[in-house]
Design a protein around this ligand. Structure first.
Ligand code: UDP
Length: 490
């Protein structure tokens, strides 16, 4: 179906958007359409080997580069991805530089073959609205979140219950099928603003509402009632749940090279191979958080006191010098030598999660990590940081029953982690690990549920699965639009 169709994918340049959209490109191509990924040169380098393999296997995927104007917008050299931003002050500069991609994108659009049929745009690239209008093609937004979090936020925006409580008072989200309690201090920034510096981003979000459809990285069976409600709000013919997109990565090489070329794989593989099945905690808080030394120390000490084998990923950023210094001074790596391993930088997360030695994933509940845990069929220990992550925590702990909360009470503000406190406590981290790793009882039940959901997740993208069918419907939608445009212009 759809041999003549050509989907242009332009992801927002942050790992949480780039990686799933590269997965989506390969998924789409397996349905027989041509796909182009359009991004900047250094972002393209992050997935070259994976796309080369996909092309060699016969998939019709092209990659096109647009230069990124770092210098013109006061960004550090080579800062082409949001995980390279040294401080929050530069977020707006980064988004303004991303706006400058429009002209080159439009020049490229006319040269592409076959003629592009639609644009799939990452969030925060509002200029793609104008470009899609200009070329009279549908514009579909890739939504980086799940349906449950959308519905929770939507109910809060309508009811405003969170505006009637103090920061640490619990309240129930009204009108939900499940009983979900949150605290105001845990809400995403748009519902509980702590700083006005990113007010323009909120305006960008409003522009994002103008789209012909939304692609969601989820699958129907995961959050059935919430998918249904999301579709009834947005229009059932305008939402396609096509995930978990990361499940397209079947080869070990694709899993190991997702996001960075073979990073830390050689250290991890022999280490993990020697561990008992289901015994290791994998702890990684995503790609963009910049927690302070004190917050990270609590996590490190929690992992140490659990007595379980662990992998702790500490991402490199301007603040990480301090935690690295603490690790050296405290001889932390020696202290946990035979049991713990620290990854300084990037971990091959998908590959790690698929290793039989992994018993649980301590995650910040970023949506991709959440979906990756679900697909890997491993239970989670939740340690949310910001954005909609506390809502995702509720999904995995209270709705799906595959997680234990580490009891974080308050969100940090991205880029201002030292100003607004995250209440991470080592004892709570340890207790949550103990609970998840419990051999029988609730621990066993959680593992059973996680495994079952994992199996459903992987089936969803296979032929006949729910997400497979939704992908076909998306392609039909674009095909129909293309025909209509051809008819009106002839
Ligand atoms: N990731 C990874 N290795 C790392 C850190 C992150 O592969 O060391 C990947 C992870 O698998 C996920 C993405 O980066 O696909 C992070 O997205 P998520 O939505 O979980 O969190 P964010 O980084 O956007 O907060």
């Amino acid at each position: 179906m759809g041999e003549e169709l050509h989907f242009l994918l332009i992801p927002l340049m942050s790992p949480g958007h780039l990686l799933p959209m590269v997965d989506m490109a390969r998924l789409l191509a397996t349905h027989g359409v041509t796909v182009s990924i359009i991004t900047t040169p250094l972002n393209a380098l992050r997935f070259t080997s994976i796309i080369d393999r996909a092309v060699a296997s016969g998939l019709l995927i092209q990659v096109h580069h647009l230069p990124f104007p770092t210098k013109e917008f006061g960004l550090p050299e080579n800062c082409e991805n949001m995980d390279q931003l040294p401080s929050r002050d530069l977020i707006m500069n980064f988004l303004m530089a991303a706006n400058e991609l429009q002209q080159r994108f439009e020049e490229l659009f006319n040269k592409l073959k076959p003629k592009p049929s639609c644009i799939v745009s990452g969030k925060n690239l509002p200029w793609t609205v104008k470009t899609a209008n200009k070329f009279n093609v549908p514009r579909i937004v890739f939504d980086g979140m799940g349906c449950f979090s959308f519905i929770c936020s939507y109910k809060l925006e309508l009811s405003k219950v969170h505006e009637m409580v103090s920061e640490f008072e619990s309240f129930k989200i009204p009108g939900l099928l499940h009983e979900i309690e949150l605290k105001k201090a845990q809400l995403p920034e748009n519902l509980n603003p702590v700083s006005n510096d990113l007010i323009n981003i909120r305006d960008i979000r409003k522009a994002e509402l103008v789209c012909d459809g939304i692609v969601v990285n989820t699958f129907e069976e995961l959050e059935k009632e919430y998918v249904k409600e999301f579709k009834s709000i947005k229009g059932s013919d305008k939402v396609w749940c096509i995930g978990p997109v990361s499940a397209i990565n079947k080869l070990n090489s694709d899993k190991a090279e997702r996001g960075q070329k073979r990073c830390n794989f050689e250290t991890l593989q022999p280490w993990l191979d020697l561990k008992e099945p289901g015994s290791v905690i994998y702890a990684c808080l995503g790609s963009i958080s910049g927690l302070t030394k004190w917050q990270l120390i609590e996590l490190g000490l929690g992992l140490e006191s659990s007595g379980k084998p662990f992998i702790w990923v500490i991402r490199e950023n301007p603040k990480s010098n301090e935690i690295e210094k603490w690790i050296l001074e405290e001889k932390f790596e020696d202290r946990v030598k035979h049991r713990g391993i620290i990854i300084h930088g990037w971990a091959p997360q998908l590959w790690v999660l698929s290793h039989p030695a992994i018993g649980a994933f301590l995650t910040h509940c970023g949506w991709n990590s959440t979906m990756e845990a679900v697909s890997a069929g491993v239970p989670v220990i939740t340690c949310p940081l910001f954005a909609e992550q506390f809502i995702n925590e509720k999904l995995v702990v209270d709705v799906l029953g595959i997680g234990v909360s580490a009891g974080v009470e308050s969100a940090v503000t991205w880029g201002l982690e030292d100003k607004f406190g995250l209440l991470m406590k080592r004892e709570r981290v340890k207790n949550a690990i103990d609970e998840v790793m419990e051999k029988s009882g609730a621990g066993e039940e959680r593992r059973r549920k996680a495994k079952q959901i994992g199996e459903t997740a992987n089936k969803a993208i296979e032929k006949g699965g729910s997400s497979y069918q939704e992908m076909e419907m998306l392609i039909q939608f674009v095909l129909q639009r293309t025909k209509e445009v051809a008819q009106t212009s002839s």
